[in-house]
Design a protein around this ligand. Structure first.
Ligand code: UT7
Length: 367
């Protein structure tokens, strides 16, 4: 039987400090009830370390889960639109930290669709025989692009990392089909002009260029249509109907987008995994974090038919249909933790609020 790419390990790393809806009420004209009703989000994480640190811990956890050493890897792909540096890539920094000396490594930017695009690459490389064991990490430190007094964006996004190990298998499990697409003509709906999130993110760029420009309503409509259409194409390619799907693990952009898109697909909420409540939208990290949470919560059984689907900046979209393999329990556990912090959310946001303050000179001060 032909080789396919199957998930054999998963891990995540989310930073400990939370930005709650109550915190946001102090920063902009919003309220807890509105945010929960419109997005399903109660809090998001703000990182005190670099994205590469989050990526490293998620990767070590995924490798332990798969029972692999870093030297077993042929390839590392990091999906991110907020790399710590533009060059070298996060993937090569990670390769060095892990000691994955046999692995090729590169970053991939397809915004929130990055994990799906990465999985499509892995699928091709495993099916062609180029790679046998691949680590894919989705990581974002989005808070540097957030103007926390802009209620259109500040409520949605958070930091985090998720990692998945794919291995070649001829068991019949693994990725069955892929759908990818893009429409650059709508790229203006989500734009971040600055680049590189290491340390002080605000090196010389003006705040209006650094913060996310986002047309929420336009994106919302495109997302609902795009996710449903892409997942439908991927299911058709796999020769499956929606009622044969055991679990959809969608990009966690907004609980209402997930609900509308999966209803269009004819898949009821009980077969959809949602963990947006305490993480917000973590862009390329959201699907691998959700895979880790779903696996750890016992939502994945051997042989389950799983659909991953995403939509994001670019604009880009993509879906993957996979038959889950035998691994539902981790082989091992990596015990490491992030360096602890006693910084409050206000400590972490201090330089951010100061940087974006000129854009709010005419508004009342933060309360
Ligand atoms: O991962 C990449 C993809 N990202 C996404 O897919 C996100 C897509 N977009 C969205 O999730 C939603 O469009 C938002 C959550 C950003 C906004 O939700 P919405 O339901 O589209 O709200 P809206 O923009 O239509 O605004 C409805 C009302 C307006 O007031 P009026 O005109 O009805 O009086 C807004 O001014 O809600 C007001 N509003 C807010 N109120 C409190 C808008 N933002 C807020 C807010 N807090 N943060």
């Amino acid at each position: 039987m032909a080789k396919r790419a199957v998930v054999t390990g998963w891990g995540k790393c989310v930073p400990p400090t939370t930005l709650t809806n109550a915190d946001l009420e102090r920063l902009c004209d919003t309220n807890d009830q509105w945010i929960i009703e419109r997005t399903g989000i109660q809090s998001r994480r703000i990182s005190h370390v670099e994205g590469t640190d989050l990526a490293e811990l998620a990767a070590r956890r995924a490798l332990a889960c798969a029972g692999l050493q870093a030297t077993d890897l042929d390839l590392i792909i990091v999906a991110t639109c907020t790399p710590e540096l533009l060059c070298p890539s996060v993937a090569t920094m990670l390769q060095d930290r892990l000691g994955a000396t046999e692995a090729a490594a590169f970053d991939l930017n397809a915004a929130c669709s990055g994990f799906i695009y990465s999985t499509a690459n892995v699928t091709g490389m495993i099916e062609s025989g180029f790679a046998e064991r691949v680590l894919v990490v989705g990581v974002e430190k989005l808070h540097v692009a957030m103007d926390y007094r802009d209620r259109a964006t500040s409520i949605l996004f958070g930091d985090g990392a998720g990692a998945v190990v794919y291995e070649a298998t001829d068991s019949g499990a693994g990725v069955l089909s892929v759908d990818l697409g893009a429409d650059g003509s709508k790229g203006g709906t989500m734009v971040v002009r600055a680049m590189g999130t290491r340390g002080d993110p605000y090196w010389g760029k003006p705040p209006e260029e650094t913060r996310l420009h986002f047309e929420g309503q336009a994106v919302f409509k495109i997302a609902v249509q795009g996710i449903a259409a892409s997942a439908t194409r991927a299911l058709e390619r796999a020769g499956l109907d929606a009622d044969e799907v055991d679990l959809v693990i969608p990009h966690q952009a907004n609980a209402r987008i997930i609900d509308s898109a999966t209803r269009k697909l004819g898949i009821e909420p009980g077969r959809v995994f949602v963990n947006i409540e305490n993480l917000g939208n973590t862009a390329a990290a959201s699907i691998p974090i959700a895979i880790a949470d779903a696996a750890d919560a016992g939502r994945l059984e051997p042989g389950d038919m799983v659909v991953l689907t995403a939509f994001g900046g670019g604009i880009t979209w993509g879906s993957v249909v996979m038959r889950w393999g035998d691994r539902v329990q981790p082989v091992g556990v990596h015990e490491g933790e992030l360096e602890p912090t006693d910084a409050t959310i206000w400590d972490l946001l201090e330089s951010n609020l100061e940087f974006y303050a000129p854009l709010h000179a005419d508004e009342p001060p933060v309360n």
